[in-house]
Write a protein that binds this ligand. Structure first.
Ligand SMILES: [Zn+2]
Length: 315
C-alpha cells in the first residue's frame, strides 16, 4: 500500500470526432492518418490515460485511482477520478446537446451528471459558443425548432476570445462553433444527449434531452477574479475550481504547488520546466498534464522558460 505518491505525467488520449481537425499544432504534434477521422477531443485525464512517469508508469489513471484512492483523491469521495479535462478542437459545429445533472444520471445508473466549463486557449475572430436558450424559448418552441431544423436560432450565441471562461451547468442546451480551442474541465461523466446535428445523420436522444433540459440555467461567460498573489481564479463552482498561475525562470514555485488534501490537475498552457522533489524530476512541456495526488510529497515547480499552468481541482 502506498502512503504517498509523487506527481506523475499522463499520456493524452486522442479521440476521433467528425467535427475535429487533422492538425493539432501548436498544442500536439499528432499525425492523423489520411484514411482516419479527424481528432476532435484530446482527453487529458480520461480513465484510459496512461501514466508516463513515476512508480506507476504504464497503469491507467482509472487503475491508479481505484488502487490508491485515499492517496490520490484524499478527501474527495469515491474511487473514480472525479474530473475529466479535455482539449476540444472543433473544425465544424458540435451538435446541439445537453447533459444530465447528478440526480438524473443516478436515476439511470450513472454515478454523476455533467457540469462543465470551457477555458478558451485560442479563438479566431469568428469563434463562438451557444450557451442556453433565448429568454423567450419554451419547451414546445424547442420541440418545434428541432422538427423544422431551426434550433440554432433559439440559442444564445456568444463570441469567444482567448482567455474567456464559460460555465456550462448540467441542463444547459449548448453547442460549440468552429474556430476556437477550448480547455474543458468537467465532471467525469460521458452522458451527452444530442438534440440537433445539422443533418449529419448521427443519432439524436430527444426523450432524455427534454428530461435533462432546463429553460433557465446559470451558464455564461464568467469573469476571472485576479488575486493579489499572482494566482487567477478562473472558475469557482460546485464541482470544480480552476485557477491559473505563472512560474518564472529562477523563481521556483513552492507555494502554489501545494493544495493540501486535494488532488490537482496541472495543465501546462505555455512554457517548459520541471517538477523537482526528493522523488526526482518530472519534465513539463506545453500541453502536457500532471496529476498531483492529494498525498504527494513536497515538490517545487521550476521553469526553464516562462510557464503558465492551468490547475483544476474537484470540490
Ligand atoms: Zn457538452
Amino acid at each position: 500500500m502506498l502512503t504517498s505518491l509523487a506527481p506523475f505525467r499522463l499520456q493524452p488520449h486522442f479521440d476521433k470526432r467528425i467535427w475535429g481537425v487533422r492538425c493539432l499544432k501548436p498544442w500536439y504534434d499528432f499525425k492523423v492518418p489520411g484514411d482516419s477521422d479527424p481528432i476532435g477531443e484530446v482527453w487529458l485525464t480520461g480513465d484510459m490515460c496512461v501514466a508516463e512517469t513515476g512508480p506507476l508508469a504504464g497503469q491507467t489513471l482509472d487503475g491508479i485511482t481505484r488502487g490508491n484512492s485515499q492517496v490520490v483523491l484524499g478527501a474527495a469521495e469515491g474511487t473514480q477520478f472525479p474530473l475529466l479535462m479535455k482539449v476540444l478542437f472543433p473544425n465544424e459545429k458540435l451538435s446541439v446537446q445537453v447533459h444530465p445533472d447528478d440526480k438524473m444520471a443516478q436515476k439511470y445508473g450513472d454515478p454523476r451528471g455533467k457540469t462543465e466549463c470551457w477555458y478558451a486557449l485560442e479563438s479566431s475572430p469568428s469563434g463562438s459558443v451557444a450557451l442556453g436558450l433565448k429568454p423567450e424559448a419554451t419547451v414546445e418552441g424547442v420541440r418545434a425548432a428541432i422538427a423544422n431544423e431551426t434550433l440554432e436560432s433559439l440559442l444564445e450565441w456568444l463570441p469567444v476570445h482567448a482567455g474567456d471562461m464559460f460555465f456550462v451547468d448540467a441542463g444547459t442546451v449548448h453547442a460549440i462553433g468552429p474556430g476556437c480551442v477550448l480547455l474543458e474541465t468537467q465532471q467525469n461523466c460521458d452522458l451527452t444527449y444530442r438534440m440537433y446535428d445539422y443533418g449529419r445523420g448521427r443519432e439524436l436522444h430527444l426523450e432524455k434531452a427534454f428530461e435533462a433540459m432546463r429553460l433557465k440555467t446559470d451558464a455564461g461567460l464568467k469573469p476571472a477574479q485576479v488575486r493579489k498573489d499572482g494566482l487567477t481564479v478562473l472558475m469557482d463552482a460546485q464541482y470544480f475550481r480552476v485557477e491559473k498561475f505563472d512560474v518564472k525562470p529562477g523563481e521556483p514555485c513552492v507555494r502554489e504547488a501545494h493544495h493540501q488534501g486535494t488532488v490537482q490537475i496541472l495543465f501546462v498552457m505555455a512554457g517548459a520546466g520541471e517538477i523537482r522533489g526528493d522523488f526526482g524530476t518530472v519534465s513539463l512541456a506545453k500541453a502536457q498534464v500532471v496529476i498531483v495526488p492529494a498525498a504527494s510529497p513536497e515538490f517545487a515547480l521550476h521553469a526553464s522558460e516562462p510557464v503558465t499552468i492551468v490547475r483544476a481541482m474537484p470540490q
